[in-house]
Design a protein around this ligand. Structure first.
Ligand SMILES: Nc1ncnc2c1ncn2[C@@H]1O[C@H](COP(=O)(O)OP(=O)(O)O)[C@@H](O)[C@H]1O
Ligand SMILES: [Mg+2]
Length: 268
């Protein structure tokens, strides 16, 4: 397989406000597509207490960030290497939710640095809501990938999350992925309606990253605990994840280009 690499690692936080909209499913299949495009990808499952990326892949994770904090394993044991990407699980036991947030975030920062040593892309799978871990994920990411579902509660949750973040940092970069779309056309209209709302109330917009159709093969891949590509390399939904991956790769390359003038400016 061809090998590609970025000049610096790019971090993407998959976020939605609402639960059950396909964040973990997207994280897993996007990581698979980035790997297929020749990049080294990692998922940091930051959904404390409800981590399920490992379950989605039928993997037993023996070392979590929570266990590392308790001194039960070392940092080097956390990256769980799978054929397509690396997986790190924050915590898979609800009792680990009792760890002090600042202690947890500090540990997560160190895990992030570790993953950046040998990965091009790090995808953070975030918990629902706008809690501390979701905000840590957005803060650590170069791009927030919003999962948009055409449902009033889902749209209002994701809108409130955007509003909260954009009030703190008006320059924050968001991209949108429409999930559960009936067709490309309906995904386009969901995306433009969401952007119209953002533009009207916040004078902001998000970039389109792609869509994921509502699909029986996604349900089957979840049942069989595999990525779509592991289930069947020919599934048409893989094309959509490869498209999203290409957009994310463009963002990552753009981010590097944008850094160059900034550095020159500082020097000048
Ligand atoms: N595009 C889709 N087509 C069919 N089922 C989907 C799709 N996206 C998500 N699902 C279903 O929704 C469930 C929730 O997805 P998940 O990724 O666990 O959501 P989240 O991480 O946001 O809570 C999955 O178990 C899956 O069955
Ligand atoms: Mg999830």
């Amino acid at each position: 397989m061809k090998k590609n690499h970025l000049h610096q690692p790019f971090v993407l936080a998959v976020i939605s406000g609402k639960g059950g909209v396909g964040k973990s499913m997207t994280a897993v299949n996007l990581a698979s597509s980035l790997n297929h495009a020749g990049y080294r990808a990692a998922i940091l499952d930051a959904d404390i207490g409800l981590s399920n990326c490992a379950t989605l892949l039928n993997e037993q994770v023996t070392s979590t960030v929570g266990q590392w904090i308790h001194g039960d394993c070392s940092l080097d044991h956390l990256p769980h290497r799978l054929p397509e990407f690396t997986l790190v699980t924050a915590a898979d036991d609800p009792s680990q939710q009792s760890i002090q947030p600042d202690v947890f975030m500090d540990a997560m920062d160190q895990v992030m640095m570790k993953l950046k040593e040998d990965h091009d892309f790090i995808i953070i799978d975030t918990p629902a809501g706008a809690g501390e871990m979701a905000l840590w994920a957005l803060d650590s990411a170069d791009l927030g990938a919003l999962l948009i579902v055409d449902e009033p509660t889902a749209i209002s949750d994701v809108y409130r999350l955007c509003k909260y973040v954009l009030n703190i940092d008006p320059a924050y970069r968001f991209g949108s992925i429409v999930n559960f779309a009936d067709s490309e056309g309906s995904a386009d209209s969901t995306f433009s309606r969401f952007n119209t709302i953002l533009n009207y109330f916040l004078q902001q917009k998000t970039d389109y990253l792609g869509f994921v159709p509502v699909s029986e093969s996604i349900r089957e891949s979840i049942q069989k605990q595999k990525t779509l590509r592991q289930l069947s390399g020919k599934d048409p939904v893989i094309v959509e994840f490869d498209f999203i991956a290409q957009n994310v790769i463009s963002f990552a390359n753009q981010a590097v280009q944008e850094l160059v003038p900034a550095t020159n400016h500082q020097r000048g």
